[in-house]
Design a protein around this ligand. Structure first.
Ligand SMILES: Nc1ncnc2c1ncn2[C@@H]1O[C@H](COP(=O)(O)OP(=O)(O)O)[C@@H](O)[C@H]1O
Ligand SMILES: [Mg+2]
Length: 270
């Protein structure tokens, strides 16, 4: 079943001089319920612009964006609040995306309050503590502020926050790009566990093909705002057709951060 569909999405931004720059050119793809889809492309290829169109943070110039029957750019009222609850985003930057004046517990439970899912403050706090445990944070740190957590821990807060309202779709825009390689692997493992735990559909955006290889069953390759290749993980990694995709493969620094992490852990434990 299709959970999310982009059809012929175009988006341009005003340029300082001359004509507007076309950032997305006729982008069409589906996200099937339950799959983990990788969206890969070099910096500036339009990945975040796609994420923003999917999250209703940007309005496409033309084309359609549909989530489970909801016309996203035009959603209002009850449909909009369902959309806001069921589709969640994890950003790249764990420093900029969390309000520094809110505690971990407040950040994680905010959606439960906003969406009226849990009016009782003590119950919200218990749920926030439970979520902290699930994402590998010490629930005793519930009253600490984001700046007292490491980058990887902040990303765990962001993930717990995104999961609090039991979303159906998680859009992760380069969620590990700002983290150390060893921490990247931990956060990817966590996302993989949470996907199973919460029965999630995931769109995972990356410029790093190693990350996508471990997590995603299907991969879309974006180049200058256009989809240039898409296929199963086996097709993309086994037989990349486009030279551009081959160049993204060639740029992979280590074959698989998760396996590398597991190997390191195994060595430490041995
Ligand atoms: N708000 C904006 N105004 C003008 N140009 C933008 C804006 N957002 C993105 N761009 C441009 O659109 C292109 C694609 O950006 P983006 O979607 O962020 O790429 P990616 O996430 O793949 O790095 C880039 O050239 C970027 O400079
Ligand atoms: Mg981006």
């Amino acid at each position: 079943m299709k959970l999310f569909t982009l059809d012929s999405v175009c988006k341009s931004f005003a340029a300082k001089t001359g004509n507007p720059t076309r950032v997305l050119n006729d982008v069409s793809f589906d996200v099937a319920t339950g799959e983990t889809l990788g969206l890969v492309g070099e910096s500036g290829s339009g990945k975040s612009t796609i994420a923003k169109c999917m999250l209703k943070l940007l309005r496409p110039d033309s084309g359609s964006v549909v989530f489970d029957g909801i016309d996203v750019p035009n959603a209002r009222g009850a449909e909009l609040s369902r959309f806001r609850r069921e589709v969640q985003l994890v950003f790249q930057d764990p420093y900029g995306s969390l309000n520094p004046r809110m505690t971990a517990g407040e950040l994680i439970a905010e959606g439960l309050l906003v969406h009226g899912l849990e009016p009782n403050g003590a119950a919200r706090r218990r749920q926030a503590q439970h979520l902290m445990g699930l994402v590998g944070l010490d629930p005793d740190n519930i009253d600490r502020y984001p700046n007292s957590f490491s980058g990887g821990q902040r990303q765990r807060i962001a993930i717990a926050r995104a999961l609090a309202c039991r979303p159906r779709l998680l859009v992760c825009d380069e969620p590990v790009a700002a983290l150390d390689v060893s921490v990247q692997a931990q956060v990817i493992n966590l996302l993989q566990d949470m996907r199973a735990e919460f029965d999630l559909t995931v769109v995972f955006i990356a410029h790093d093909l190693a990350v996508v290889r471990h997590l995603c069953q299907r991969i879309i390759v974006l180049h200058r705002g256009e989809i240039v290749e898409q296929g199963s993980r086996e097709e993309i990694f086994g037989n990349p057709r486009m030279p551009y995709t081959q160049s993204l493969l060639a740029a992979v620094p280590i074959p698989d951060p998760v396996l590398a992490q597991r190997r390191r852990t195994a060595v430490q434990e041995a």
